[in-house]
Design a protein. Structure first.
Length: 389
């Protein structure tokens, strides 16, 4: 077992169900109302969260559906069960990504009790948010999301916001920055609208998007660096940290077998990009490598490592390493984006990597070279909480 990458991220699909109809959602089967059984939860604890396979402090994130579709007491029981059956030397760091709708006193108590890192999906001011994040009936969800922000702030529970940037956001850097400040949001992450899974087209796939995205980042960075009430921005913090070190080994948990694992509601196990869970392609078949209720994880792990999928991903990583000067800062991109944009896992450049790696690092490097005030406080202001997804 020496030399094998251990699992750093486990995404648990407590339920695939989601009552919303976000325009860019990648998830299939959002009408599936099942919830993860005690048998699956026990198998996760006893097999995946075992020192043979897991990092000593793995991030375990409830996601891949709307977690708040289940009651807070379900999660209390689920995490208690996992905690009672996990090996003592493995201590999960819990996380949850949600719309925040339905966040009540029971949920606030749960977040405190388990020290759960919570991320809210909030795409900016009402017009930007409601353009893409709506109910099945077509109503906007901004008001409900902001009530969640208010409840978390009042309870003094740390949270971060993930904003998905669409074409409509790119000219709104100032308005977005002011919105975060006025709303008391101090931890921000940007996801670009990606081509992945069930989402087959992105509003960012237009000629000149790199220039437009660069202008957005430059303006946001300018405002961010000049603001005395500094907020933490994942993209800037991670880029600054990487550019400030000589130790750039190109590690990428999305391309390493077992580094990131996703467990479906029924116990099916996937690896590499979490968004591959539930997907299949004519070329690769299913991206579920086995089921925890049907065979030991050791068998599934070996199947992951020896699969044609792993070989094709590794070939793509090698091609990125050979052809791209950004490789030490990236590590070979996201397999799910390569699959969606090229139909293959051994492809190289994607829209995702052009924007979130090449443009981002160019903007931050230029700012550093111009002497813009980018201090260590920006990096450490994350309160020690990891952010995934």
């Amino acid at each position: 077992m020496q030399g094998l990458t251990k699992c750093r991220l486990v995404v648990l699909q407590s339920t695939p169900f989601c009552p919303f109809e976000c325009s860019y959602c990648y998830l299939p089967d959002r009408d599936d109302r099942r919830c993860m059984s005690e048998r699956v939860l026990s198998a996760v604890a006893e097999q995946i969260l075992h020192p043979q396979w897991a990092d000593p402090v793995p991030s375990v994130v409830w996601h891949a559906g709307e977690p708040l579709a289940l009651r807070a007491d379900w999660y209390d029981a689920a995490m208690s069960l996992i905690g009672s059956r996990t090996f003592p030397t493995v201590s999960p760091r819990w996380g949850l990504q949600t719309s925040g709708i339905g966040l009540d006193d029971a949920w606030l108590a749960l977040l405190r009790r388990w020290n759960i890192g919570i991320g809210l999906s909030l795409d900016g001011p009402a017009d930007l948010h409601d353009a893409t994040r709506r109910t099945r009936g077509g109503k906007g969800t901004f008001g409900a999301a902001m009530r969640a922000v208010g409840r978390l702030r009042e309870a003094e529970i740390p949270f971060h916001v993930i904003t998905v940037l669409t074409r409509a956001h790119l000219g709104e850097a100032d308005r977005l920055f002011d919105f975060y400040l006025e709303a008391g949001i101090r931890r921000v992450c940007f996801n670009v609208e990606e081509v992945e899974g069930a989402h087959r087209a992105s509003s960012l796939a237009f000629a000149g998007v790199e220039r437009a995205y660069r202008a957005f980042l430059e303006r946001f960075l300018e405002r961010w660096s000049a603001c005395p009430d500094r907020i933490w921005v994942r993209e800037f913090a991670e880029a600054i940290a990487l550019l400030a070190t000589d130790e750039r080994d190109g590690f990428n948990e999305q391309t390493e077998p077992l580094a990131a694992l996703s467990v479906a509601v029924d116990g099916g196990v996937s690896s590499f990009s979490p968004e591959l869970l539930g997907l299949a392609s004519d070329r690769h078949g299913s991206f579920v490598f086995g089921n925890l209720l049907e065979e030991p994880f050791a068998v599934i792990a070996e199947r992951i490592r020896s699969s044609e999928i792993a070989r094709e991903i590794a070939s793509g990583v090698a091609a990125c390493r050979a052809s791209c000067s950004y490789f030490p800062l990236c590590g070979g991109g996201a397999p799910v984006n390569k699959l969606a944009e090229h139909g293959r896992l051994d492809a190289t450049e994607t829209l995702f990597c052009r924007l979130t790696r090449k443009v981002l690092f160019d903007v931050v490097l230029d700012a550093l070279e111009r002497g813009l005030r980018l201090t260590d406080e920006a990096v450490v202001a994350s309160d020690g909480q990891e952010v995934h997804l």
